[in-house]
Design a protein around this ligand. Structure first.
Ligand code: MG
Length: 333
């Protein structure tokens, strides 16, 4: 008789995880029922579905903060995602939560990001009736857009993806872990990338924050994680202490004022915005040219949303090529 490895793992979850963890056997399940896997739990399956999908691979050519950086060492949306997953799993494991659910949410949380980072997101936000939010779009990717049918993920993973932003309220603690890990990851790696770019230096970082959180990238991540663990161990919530949260928010505000709105870092953003706007308006007026996987949702969601879906799925370089193909005159042959 073949062993059902999944059942052994599910039993191990029941025996060893925190009473506040989300057990995979207790998942509310998928919109379309599928045959259980003999090896993997439902959440491991979701992680695998995400890692094997095309939207995930496209993250490598999407901007995190720096548009088309020349250096190979800047973060992309893909390496950001991996850093979030690593921080989130560290927290989940220490709190005895479900590490597989945590990883699945982390891997999927940014699938809906537009090309050119927040520049692209802001353009669609201003143009699309009903607005545009990357977390809502990540949910659309896994529910509908990937391969034209979506990934049919479990309720808990979809909930964690939708609610990963700061004001979100995920139903699982694993979702809260990813939300915190996302902020820890980007604040710290954006500082690192900004120093690499010569836009900030260690001396320019706010003194009090650095004293409390740490002087180096590694020290800061360690201190933030430790603070969350101390505050949340054996509790039915996951959060940062008030003191740490206050300094962390100051550091985040500092980045908003000195990096995210820095004219040098943003020098190419106007061009990226104009490019995204041109592509959106072009496809909205040539709706028949949308690929079939996007056209199929026009009846349900309208032409504007289907167009935004197509634009949002593009990588930075695909968007540039599309722009050149449509708008730039070609040489005579
Ligand atoms: Mg993120």
């Amino acid at each position: 008789m073949t062993l059902c490895y999944r059942e052994i793992i599910e039993k191990r979850e029941t025996d060893t995880l925190s009473p506040y963890a989300m057990l995979s056997a207790n998942s509310r399940g998928r919109k379309k029922q599928i045959e259980p896997c003999p090896i993997r739990t439902e959440f491991v399956r979701d992680r695998d579905r995400i890692i094997h999908c095309k939207s995930f691979r496209r993250l490598k050519h999407k901007t995190q903060v720096f548009l088309s950086p020349v250096g190979d060492h800047y973060r992309t949306r893909l390496t950001h995602t991996l850093e979030v997953a690593q921080i989130a799993r560290t927290i989940s494991r220490a709190l005895n939560l479900n590490e597989d659910l945590t990883e699945a949410i982390a891997m999927g949380h940014d699938l809906g990001h537009t090309p050119f980072g927040h520049a692209g997101e802001n353009v669609l936000k201003s143009l699309v009736p009903g607005g545009f939010e990357h977390n809502v779009q990540s949910l659309r990717v896994v529910e509908k857009l990937e391969n034209g049918i979506g990934l049919n993920l479990t309720y808990e993973v979809r909930d964690g993806i939708l609610n990963h932003k700061k004001n979100g309220a995920p139903i699982t603690l694993e979702g809260s872990v990813v939300s915190l890990a996302d902020r820890i990851a980007y604040v710290n790696h954006d500082i690192d990338d900004a120093i690499r770019a010569g836009l900030l230096n260690n001396e320019s970082l706010p003194k009090n924050c650095i004293e409390m959180i740490g002087a180096t990238h590694g020290e800061r991540i360690n201190a933030l994680i430790l603070d969350i663990l101390t505050e949340s161990f054996n509790k039915n919530y996951v959060r940062m202490s008030d003191d740490m949260s206050e300094e962390f928010e100051k550091l985040r505000d500092f980045l908003f004022n000195n990096l995210y709105h820095n004219p040098i870092a943003k020098s190419e953003e106007g061009k990226a915005e104009a490019l995204v706007e041109s592509l959106y308006k072009y496809y909205l007026t040539h709706i028949d040219r949308l690929p079939d996987d996007f056209k199929k949702y026009i009846d349900e969601d309208g032409e504007a949303r289907a167009t935004a879906d197509y634009i949002a799925c593009m990588t930075d370089r695909y968007a540039v090529r599309e722009y050149e193909r449509i708008f730039v005159p070609k040489d005579w042959n």
